[in-house]
Design a protein around this ligand. Structure first.
Ligand code: ADP
Length: 247
């Protein structure tokens, strides 16, 4: 098994000639927490969309777990275990917390929603959903609708629905954005926990969070890789400092 789980070569996305992601060659080590940082407009979201195949690259290739996934569809990539955390907007606000995870579990099985009609299947899904909710600290919230959850807890639900997809590698898009200090600490602890035995690629603005979590950090600016290394080395890099001050 290769030490590298995800690799891009010359990954490029142009929008009407504008280079949003240009020639990005990235290597993510299996089992690591890898941070993708950079000022607004650096190309982080576009990169995530390329990796999960929500966007087709203009050029370049993506290899995941030894397989060329450049031409696959999002659902195929997710089934291989490369899963992006769903945005809160993808959490169903009128379903309960438990139902949201149940639906995610069903989606993972790629089947129909027959489980609503089978008591024993429903129980199996419920048991698994409750276990996932316990993993993310949402025990006791099962019967609330997702829409009623406080913001920080919604992000935890989003992670639970991602875990339901049984990811081998998770892409987390700003899991602490807009959170209070207390919620940030909780999510950091949660990411550490879910990263055990998995690989995590994380887009995050909060550099304290990045420094506490990430083994390796790639800094993007204007679609290009500006620097890569551990937090200490990238934080000391004058070009990185200039890019952030200039943003
Ligand atoms: P980040 O996530 O780092 O803030 P994005 O990946 O969202 O950056 O955007 C990178 C650049 O690509 C930005 O200049 C943005 O305006 C541009 N961009 C992103 N998506 C599109 C699109 N669909 N059409 C045109 N330009 C886009």
């Amino acid at each position: 098994m290769s030490d590298t789980i995800l690799e891009t070569n010359g990954l490029t996305k142009e929008f009407m000639g504008f280079v949003a992601v240009g020639d990005v060659s990235l290597k993510v080590r299996r089992g690591s927490i890898h941070g993708l940082i950079g000022p607004n407009g650096a190309g982080k979201t576009t990169c995530f969309n390329l990796l999960t195949k929500f966007l087709q690259p203009t050029r370049g290739s993506i290899t995941y777990d030894g397989r060329d996934i450049t031409k696959l569809k999002p659902a195929q990539v997710a089934r291989l275990g490369l899963v992006r955390s769903f945005q809160i907007s993808a959490v169903f606000p009128h379903l309960t917390v438990l139902e949201n995870v149940r639906v995610a579990l069903q989606r993972q099985r790629g089947g129909s929603f027959d489980f609503w009609r089978s008591d024993s299947l429903l129980r199996q899904f419920d048991d698994r959903a409750r276990a996932l909710l316990a993993d993310v600290g949402l025990t006791g919230y099962e019967t609330l609708t997702a829409g009623e959850l406080p913001y920080g807890r919604k992000r935890a639900l989003e992670i639970a629905t991602t875990l339901a997809m049984e990811p081998q590698m998770m892409l987390l898009d700003e899991p602490t954005a807009g959170m209070t200090h207390e919620d940030v600490d909780r999510i950091v602890a949660l990411v550490k926990r879910v990263a055990v035995g998995r690989t995590v690629l994380l887009v995050e603005h909060n550099l304290k969070v990045v420094s506490g979590l990430c083994d390796t950090i790639t800094v993007l600016t204007r679609g290009r890789v500006l620097a890569e290394g551990d937090y200490q080395s990238v934080a000391r890099n004058p070009e990185v400092i200039a890019a952030y001050l200039g943003s």
